[in-house]
Ligand binder design. Structure first.
Ligand code: IPD
Ligand code: CA
Ligand code: CA
Length: 272
């Protein structure tokens, strides 16, 4: 299926695929790795190379736009009628640094707090996920739809853990154990952008995580929502990319998963 995307989306696609080529070339080679705040929160020279390329590329097309990018931060106070690009140049840095081929580039364009388009590119499998508000979402040009799984006991879920896991925020360890104990398979891929896209294309039925950043989720949330998915906070209230908890599902399993997440939170909170 061919969709006519806007100039913004076309720019995001080109930036993400070219940045993906940079990552693909660097993957498995020797490169500099250093630590950011928090143990095991790594940054490689390819995070920086990818981000510099993306920023230069978008600026060459849209010189007046603003940026919120993981490695260089916010490019100034956003004028209210101007686009802000939200960029994760390498989502899954820990995997990349250890030679695990699960990582992606994530680029979204936002206006007035709303995401207009989102692109996630996985360079090793050459999978390009694209969504534009109101136009559906696609992987390599094929329309995406969430799974139709409605029984939580046979569902397939994905999650992630924050870098400050040592303080066990939101009782995420107990929640994980509780779900796994019910026999529900839960994966931990290490790229939140991919987690969201994999729910969008029905590979997973649901995803939950805490303490993510806007650049981890901005593109993936639009891709999932355009594929018919549902995204809220753990308590099922409205979600924004600046929120602390995210529950993203095929819609059918949303309430049952939310119940487990909240029941755990309450249980451990009351034991404090
Ligand atoms: C990380 C990944 C991971 C999530 C972490 C993120 P990074 O992003 O999305 O899946 O669990 O919380 O920080 O650091 O590889 O860009
Ligand atoms: Ca990230
Ligand atoms: Ca990153």
């Amino acid at each position: 299926m061919k969709t006519d995307f806007s100039e913004l989306t076309a720019c995001a696609i080109e930036a993400a695929t070219k940045a993906g080529e940079i990552l693909r070339a660097g993957f498995g080679t020797h490169f500099r790795i250093s630590s950011k705040e928090g143990r095991n929160n790594l940054v490689t020279e390819y995070d920086t190379k990818s981000e510099n390329f993306i920023l230069d590329f978008i600026k060459s097309k849209f010189p007046h736009h603003f940026f919120l990018a993981e490695e260089s931060g916010e490019s100034g106070t956003v004028a209210s009628d101007e686009v802000q690009w939200v960029i994760d140049p390498l989502d899954g840095t820990v995997n990349f640094a250890h030679g695990i081929p699960i990582f992606s580039v994530s680029i979204a364009a936002t206006l007035h707090g709303e995401t207009l388009c989102g692109v996630v590119y996985q360079p090793i499998l050459d999978e390009l996920f694209v969504a534009e508000k109101g136009k559906g979402s696609f992987m390599n040009g094929k329309p995406l739809h969430v799974s139709s799984s409605h029984d939580i006991t046979s569902s397939f879920l994905v999650t992630g853990f924050p870098y400050n896991i040592d303080s066990n925020p939101h009782y995420c360890l107990e929640t994980f154990v509780d779900i796994v104990k019910q026999g529900i398979p839960v994966r931990r891929l290490g790229s939140a952008a991919m987690d969201l896209c994999y729910v969008a294309c029905g590979r997973f039925d649901g995803f939950f995580e805490i303490n993510l950043h806007p650049w981890d989720v901005a593109a993936g949330v639009l891709i999932l929502s355009e594929a018919g998915g549902k995204i809220t906070q753990y308590d099922q209230s409205d979600y924004s990319i600046f929120d602390h908890t995210i529950l993203a599902t095929n819609g059918l399993l949303h309430s049952p998963i939310a119940e487990i997440l909240l029941a755990n939170y309450r249980k451990f909170q009351s034991k404090k």
